[in-house]
Design a protein around this ligand. Structure first.
Ligand SMILES: [Zn+2]
Length: 103
């Protein structure tokens, strides 16, 4: 997985193309990410135990990682991600645009 939670990503495919958002959750097994405010669906919810209020609720659904690009924290551009080993042996993500390490 190229992404981590709290990463800022740009949506490059689908209905929400062009939007940016923060990753809330990552679903490794399905290769999907849940992004704040992206891929919102309206769901008709019946009142039940645990859900006091019925009616229409809005909910984000996870989208495929292939539909998003990481936005670099250094240069603020959407970028592909490279990897680099740091001096202490840890693997770090690197921006392909500005070659800086992405936290
Ligand atoms: Zn960059």
């Amino acid at each position: 997985m190229r992404f981590r939670s709290d990463d800022n990503v740009l949506i490059i495919k689908g209905r929400d193309r062009g939007k940016q958002g923060r990753i809330q959750r990552i679903f490794v097994s399905t290769n999907r990410v849940l992004v704040d405010g992206v891929n919102i669906v309206k769901k008709h919810q019946k009142p039940s135990q645990g859900v006091r209020q019925g009616g229409i609720i809005q909910k984000e659904l996870p989208i495929p990682v292939a539909n998003v690009m990481l936005v670099c924290t250094q240069c603020n551009k959407p970028t592909r991600v490279g990897y680099q080993f740091l001096a202490d042996g840890t693997k770090a993500r690197v921006c392909r645009q500005c070659e800086e390490v992405i936290e």
